[in-house]
Ligand binder design. Sequence first.
Ligand code: SAH
Ligand code: SF4
Ligand code: F3S
Length: 453
Amino acid sequence: MTKKLFIKTYGCQMNVYDSERMAGALSAHGYAATDQIEDADLVVLNTCHIREKAAEKVYSELGRMRLLRDQRRAGGSDLTIAVAGCVAQAEGEAMLQRAPFIDVVVGPQAYHRLPEMLAQRGRVASGIVDTDFPVESKFDELPAVSTPSGPSAFLTVQEGCDKFCTFCVVPYTRGAETSRPVAAILAEARQLADQGACEITLLGQNVNAFHGQAADGGTWGLGRLIRSLAEIEGLARIRYTTSHPRDVDDELIAAHRDVPQLMPFLHLPVQSGSDTILAAMNRKHRAEDYLRIVDRLREARPDLALSSDFIVGFPGETDQDFEATLRLVEQVRFAQAFSFKYSPRPGTPASLMKKQVKESVKAERLAALQELLERQRRSFDENSVGVRMDVLIERDGRDPGSKVGRSPWLQIVHLDGPDLSVGDLVTVEITGSHPRSLAGRLVSPPEKRGRAA
Ligand code: SAH
Ligand code: SF4
Ligand code: F3S
């Protein structure tokens, strides 16, 4: 008898990747994935702890799950509720106290044990928790790769973080920084390419801290890994995220210069433009260091576009500190960016700092920063009009014959292409720019690599 599994994923791309791996592990135990929660026998919430809002969302969702289960039980069936991800890791047992109806709480390093935990759950009275950092690696234990759902796939190469920025929960929820061996990564990439993926995004909480063991006994950095991945036939695009400015080394910059498959778009979080705040955040770089790295990257790859993360209202942030952030944004000119109000997180040093910033000040600063970033994003998009670029077709559009794809700079491009398939890489001239996307016109027939949509 097959049971049905529904996974709801919050947070970062690593959670998306992990959810696919969990689905793979559970399918070997008779669970088929469904996107209809009403059909599910098992619900997995793959959670995020990064800001308070993200973590609290989980509890309201759990409330809904409980109601659903009560209805099921009234009708003579049942629903198993599992919580995975960074809230599971951060709160562990405490989750069962707050929501005793949860069946399983499983941390990100223990996903390979999930099937066993579910089997055990049937034999014990209360919920089960596993938030260990086991010695065995989940990567070795989980099934190799699930089928990529489109032409673009994620591949985790590195996990965890040793940087301990004072605002951040990740070093606690994902543990110490570890890199996967090079051979395992190359094998997974080849398999993804064989299954039709033409774009791979390498993932890691600190992806450019990657230092994977190579077959020759040496250690490879991310730049070297990218060069090797570029030799895989069918892989037309390589991306990586998320990077730390401190780990941008010469080899990585050279990869941006030499490897055409490495896309000219980089998400490089800076968080603040004030050296005082950067020091209090324990970022271990100054604003000037960031600007220098950006210059070097742009020298290597002149069409490189940048994205970033910003936090406003970090404890002690003054108007002058905030203005320094605005100045840095004006200097760099970002193609897009994410910005957040500082959210105090349990167990992090910044949450205990004096001089917490008032909510109203955070809100004002966020609005000002977002207005500037939005202006830069629009101007980046407007400058794309008239430009010819490669677009990777990702899905059908709403109108008959229309298609939706991505530019090298991650912009969404709509075009008319009744003969195109998902996975085609085509040359497109951009004809217009809309608030969240570009419009384009096909100028070359597709390089036929796509699979049927
Ligand atoms: N691994 C990534 C960060 C993941 S978190 C990296 O090192 O860049 C994504 C973003 O969330 C961070 O870059 C930061 O801008 C934001 N963030 C993290 N902790 C936060 C907090 N306590 N309050 C507000 N934003 C936070
Ligand atoms: Fe968090 Fe800083 Fe590590 Fe990024 S580098 S995951 S922000 S501690
Ligand atoms: Fe969130 Fe954990 Fe990712 S806290 S951002 S899901 S690493």
